[in-house]
Design a protein around this ligand. Structure first.
Ligand SMILES: [Zn+2]
Length: 371
């Protein structure tokens, strides 16, 4: 199992971060799957799942069971992992500039269409190679100075060769759910079934430039711009939300890792018998119809419904109690659907996001992801 260490400059003399990368299977073998964990550094369910994946993939590789290759980054954000404020971990945002570690990845889709669109031939394999080379070159030319920019560029460089990308996250308190592009739904349906996903949120463009879209969107845009040229799928990328932040347990990690390995069998990365696919637990819905539940008042928060429960339109999901007056403010949902994530906090201020319902009725636009 070759392991590589990649230095991430911190910008501060005497300090440097590093990424550890494990590789399984023959270099250049396909399909190539890239898996990373804890880009939001305080989301540990993916990190423990990656430990099981490393153990299992090492054994499978030694047994010659890898047809394709797997690149595994078990700690995708050493910068965020080192951040603490008064003893509390802060892994979602950079303390240096306030930026969300999974937003504002460089969007190179338009640049790649401009650079490569006219160079595509009638040879699909050659076109795939041309796009990946241009992608790497464009990424290399992006300006980067801060440590988070260096980190984002390094992660994209590791992943841009991959056919399939799994970005392992979790929410505050949540049922297992996935985010991906509509064009990638078919590719990840076996994964959703094996993991038992309770929601699958689809968007062509979520508005926040997350990691998964930075990798998959150029291929989608190129296919749209040049429908007359054969192009491989290139990259299907998915963000996997492995429940809530406190769902860190060995049995869950084993089950999730084995579901991912089953998916790798279905995707032709691993040799061996494909596991039967259980029925999907949800119907995919559009991300623009995912309703953010907003606190209408401040106070003590108590939920009436759990994450992972189906709710009706107009239903009360939670109550907020004013600790001075005792007044009770109900929190309702406009949408019917799956209450797939909720806040882990017990005292909230007005305007705070209290959860998300995967519905069908809303037509949101702009930045569709949580800040
Ligand atoms: Zn996350």
């Amino acid at each position: 199992m070759p392991t590589e260490t990649i230095a991430i400059p911190s910008g501060s003399p005497g300090t440097e971060y590093s990424l550890t990368v494990h590789r399984f299977g023959r270099r250049n073998a396909r399909p190539h799957v890239y898996i990373q964990a804890a880009l939001h550094a305080d989301e540990i369910p993916g990190m423990i799942c990656a430990q099981v994946l490393r153990r299992e993939l090492a054994a499978l590789d030694a047994a010659g069971a890898l047809v394709g290759q797997v690149t595994l980054v078990p700690v995708a954000n050493p910068i965020g992992l080192a951040q603490q404020v008064l003893g509390l971990p802060v892994g979602r945002f950079s303390l240096s500039d306030g930026g969300n570690f999974n937003r504002d990845f460089p969007d190179l889709a338009a640049l790649l269409v401009a650079r490569v669109g006219d160079r595509l031939t009638m040879d699909e394999t050659l076109n795939g190679r041309t796009v990946r080379e241009a992608f790497a070159e464009a990424l290399w030319q992006q300006p980067r100075s801060s440590a988070p920019q260096h980190l984002k560029a390094a992660l994209l460089r590791l992943a841009l060769d991959a056919d399939l990308v799994l970005d392992l996250h979790c929410d505050a308190d949540a049922a297992l759910h996935l985010y991906t592009q509509p064009r990638s739904l078919l590719a990840f349906t076996p994964l959703a079934a094996l993991l038992g996903a309770k929601a699958i949120l689809l968007a062509d463009v979520s508005g926040g430039d997350p990691f998964d879209e930075a990798l998959s969107r150029p291929w989608a845009e190129l296919a749209k711009a040049r429908p007359d040229r054969p192009l491989p799928d290139g990259c299907h990328a998915v963000t996997v939300e492995l429940r809530g932040q406190s769902d860190v347990a060995q049995d869950l990690a084993e089950a999730d890792a084995h579901a991912i390995l089953g998916f790798l069998c279905h995707a032709g990365v691993l040799d061996g018998e494909k596991p039967d696919l259980p029925p999907l637990l949800c119907r995919p819905t559009r991300l623009e119809a995912s309703e953010p539940i907003i606190a209408p008042a401040g106070g003590i928060l108590t939920y009436r419904r759990k994450a992972g429960e189906t709710v009706k339109a107009g239903e009360i999901l939670a109550d907020i109690i004013d600790p001075i007056t005792g007044a009770l403010t109900p929190v309702t949902t406009l949408s019917a659907g799956m209450f797939y994530a909720r806040s882990a906090e017990t005292f909230v201020t007005p305007g705070k996001r209290l959860g998300k319902v995967a519905g069908d009725s809303l037509r949101r636009s702009g930045r569709l992801l949580s800040p």
